[in-house]
Design a binder for this molecule. Structure first.
Ligand code: PLP
Length: 407
């Protein structure tokens, strides 16, 4: 039997997420200190921490969360980020990592053993797909893809050896939304550990632990940091036993976060709710106008009523996210010309920052695939992925319209 989950919703009288995002870090950092306290969390750069007693140092080495000993094991600034993320995601504890992949690889390496069976949703971030394929090739872990619009495919494929289910709240770039409550409940009943990548939703749009997830992972590089100036990640745990297991591996792997990166993420989190509502509002304007544009064959944004995940998105998310994908009628050449012709959105591979970013997957991340192979991978040759920023939506639209005309 697994330990009782400690997730919870908001208690009566407790400040709401938008307020906690602003104040939680300073509150966590203040501790027992009296008098004038810094409003901004101090960045503690020390790599090691000094003790007067050998016994106390030895005791501190035994447990996570005790006295600070050595920066890879724990740091005051990093700890504040971990407390804030556990709070915002409704978890018992968190580990801040050096990148999103640090959190994903750390959790998978900590939890999986040779012979384990993993179920994962079909459309996954490429880095996650790569690490799962590597584990399958090198460690005899069996990875199977499932359909996630309901729990039926999970029920059909789960077996006694199934150890882990990996999902993304909003899949990138399709905007596909899994039936999180159904899948997490089915996995919970079978004792299968659930990991949900919540990078594209952020805790503002969805808190998977409230729906039964065991571990939520993030690329803090994206919306949490929000300014394209930090690489970071996190894993948030519904229970402390899983936290302990993954923390031990993260310390061995050396994948824990740097204090300055943690500080940048903390600063980003203070404006996360504000930014998310603007990302979503801008995405809504652009998705609707793109859908009506004659040069655009198809738009994928879960807020559009025609999107296959629209009803699940309405039920699960507080808004529909800032990632809009669309397919140009003119195919590969048009997609390429369109992204090169834009003046405000920048051509770059990341997402979730304040600035609008675009990519043309057929010429970049999937450039080795011909048109047929692309379609098999669910990516149209003329597809464009746009991470909608917080600029003025009218400026973005003027620029998009101009570049569409030139394709
Ligand atoms: C959904 C998702 N998860 C995880 C990652 C990996 O994060 P990082 O680049 O911070 O390692 C990314 C990066 O693009 C992502 O989009």
């Amino acid at each position: 039997m697994r330990e009782q989950k400690q997730h919870r919703g908001r208690r009566t009288g407790e400040p709401r997420l938008r307020t906690r995002a602003v104040h939680a870090a300073a509150a966590a950092a203040a501790g027992a200190q009296e008098g004038g306290r810094p409003l901004s969390v101090p960045v503690v750069r020390s790599s090691a921490f000094a003790f007067d007693s050998v016994d106390r140092l030895a005791a501190a080495m035994a447990e996570p969360g005790g006295d600070f000993v050595y920066g890879r094991r724990g740091n005051p600034t990093v700890q504040v980020l971990e407390q804030v993320l556990a709070d915002l995601e409704g978890g018992a504890a968190a580990i801040a990592t050096a990148s999103g992949m640090g959190a994903i690889s750390g959790a998978l390496l900590a939890l999986l053993r040779p012979g384990d069976h993993v179920l994962a949703q079909g459309c996954l971030y490429g880095g996650t797909h790569a690490v799962l394929s590597d584990l399958a090739r090198r460690f005899g872990i069996v990875v199977e893809r499932i359909r996630t619009e309901d729990a039926a495919d999970f029920e059909a494929r789960v077996r006694p050896a199934t150890r882990l289910l990996f999902l993304e709240t909003i899949a990138n770039p399709t905007g596909q939304i899994p039936d999180l409550p159904g899948l997490l409940a089915a996995a919970g009943e079978r004792g299968v550990v659930t990991v949900v990548d919540n990078s594209l939703a952020s805790p503002v749009l969805c808190r998977p632990i409230e729906h039964g997830a065991d571990i939520v992972v993030h690329s803090a590089t994206k919306y949490l940091g929000g300014h394209s100036d930090v690489i970071g990640g996190a894993a948030v745990f519904a229970d402390s036993a899983l936290h302990r297991t993954v923390w031990t591996r993260a310390v061995e792997l050396g994948s824990t976060a740097d204090p300055f990166a943690a500080w940048l993420t903390l600063r980003g989190i203070q404006t996360l709710p504000l930014r998310m509502s603007r990302h979503c509002a801008n995405a809504s304007v652009l998705a609707e106008r793109l859908e009506a544009h004659p040069a655009v064959a198809r738009v994928q944004w879960p807020g559009l009523p025609g999107h296959p995940s629209h009803e699940r998105a309405r039920a699960l998310l507080s808004d529909f996210g800032g990632m809009v994908s669309f397919e140009l009628e003119g195919g590969r050449k048009a997609g390429r010309r369109f992204v090169e012709g834009l003046r405000i959105p920048r051509l770059a591979l990341s997402l979730g920052g304040v600035e609008t970013l675009v990519t043309h997957p057929a010429s970049t991340s999937h450039r080795e695939l011909d048109d047929r192979a692309l379609r098999e991978a669910g990516i149209a040759p003329g597809a464009v992925r746009m991470s909608v920023g917080i600029e003025d939506a009218e400026d973005l639209w003027d620029d998009i319209e101009r570049s569409l005309k030139a394709t």
